[in-house]
Ligand binder design. Sequence first.
Ligand code: AMP
Ligand code: ZN
Length: 489
Amino acid sequence: MGLRLYNTMGRKLEDFEPITPGKVGFYGCGPTVYNYAHIGNLRAYVFQDTLTRVLRYLGYAVSHVMNVTDIGHLTDDADSGEDKMVLTAEERGQSVLDIARFYTDAFFADTDRLGILRPSVVCKATEHVADMIELIKRIEANGHTYSAGGNLYFDISTFPDYGKLALANLDDLKAGARIDVDGNKRNPHDFVLWFTKSKYENHALVWDSPWGRGYPGWHIECSAMSMRYLGERIDIHTGGIDHISIHHTNEIAQSEGATGSRWVNYWLHNEFLVLDKGKMSKSSGSFLTLQTLVDRGYDPLDYRYFLLGAHYRSQVAFSWESMDGARSSRKNLVQRIARILAAEGSAAGGTDAAPTHAEAVAALPAGSPALPYLERFREAVEQDLSTPRALSELQGLVRDQAIPPRDTLVALRAMDATLGLSLLAAAKESAGADQQDDPEAARISALVDERNAAKKAKNYARADEIRNQLKAEGVILEDGPSGTAWRRA
Ligand code: AMP
Ligand code: ZN
């Protein structure tokens, strides 16, 4: 069937065809490093990572580029407000670069804990100002700019496709525009390419440019850095849905204004994670970080598991109850996989290898009962990354006792690497612990299996007998959607 992706440009599912066969150039908007990432932000990066992993599973060589915004992102995406980095630096009495370094490290510590692979290229805005200046010169040479009040603006009236991604046309934008605080703009949706004048005279980081000493607008960094590392036409660009109307709309105007041709083939956007109470924001006091979850006793991968249980284009409401559900399902899977590993012998244990679909199929004997699971898993991820369906195929595979353990492990290794859940690694750890430190665990797991088999055979008397025996020993059974997990009381 082949990979199909939902393209925000045009709002429809499309067959994926890379520019160069077998290769994918992918740019994902990265963090603004003035604070910790909240768990909503982290959803955007789990999504980027899942996309990379799925593309690799399908056999593509992926070049994934991510920017780190360490200058120029104002508190309002449309040029008003203050520079987020400068504001934090002033509040803390530290330099902008110190703040950037600290929160960049914190960001990657979080993404590592979530099993997010490091992008092929991580590029910082402050290290690419020369690229931005060169790109702005091209935009200027093509007649898309004007200077006013010391700043250089992009004139959206010169770019007829402005607003196409957001399904807003130029006339509507002009007619419906709200009053903007910046009186220099001819149209309120014009945006700054280069600032020389700002409310804060002593801006910490400034560069010389043809338009005077100053600093770049926020949007230009993504256009300039993606072109530096991926060329003037790229396959995929991602971000959260909040980026559609301003940031990505402006990125397109700049990039295509400079090159005169189409820039991105597929625009993919993840929906938001919301709290029960509504939007998560850094100012509202409802700011949950990955560390908040860890402090409450969750494994970061419980959060990844929770996220993958929803499609990336569905809004997800965060709750502690859902986190409990994710934790218990993941634990249950890990326990089952540990038993499969034990049955197969340690030689078949998890490795770091991430086989492609074709490699996994080739490693299975013809007619293996694991094959249909692997095929349905591939179909699920090919259908615009349907991780809920992919996850349920993984669960079905692990639960199916008709499959020889070796085959289960071959298919599982590919699925696990594609979802980035490290289930095999966790199972290997717990299997080792079972044998060395806790021989009781193996006995209990065997009883749980026997109880499930008894239930399946409608031998409820035996099933209850086992539950009661374990209860008397202080072992609690939790039946969940993916089977039974046990824990000591
Ligand atoms: P920022 O650091 O604010 O530029 O945001 C980083 C990424 O997180 C961007 O791709 C945003 O679109 C995305 N994002 C922000 N808030 C949320 C949320 N609540 N849920 C999902 N993604 C979000
Ligand atoms: Zn961007």
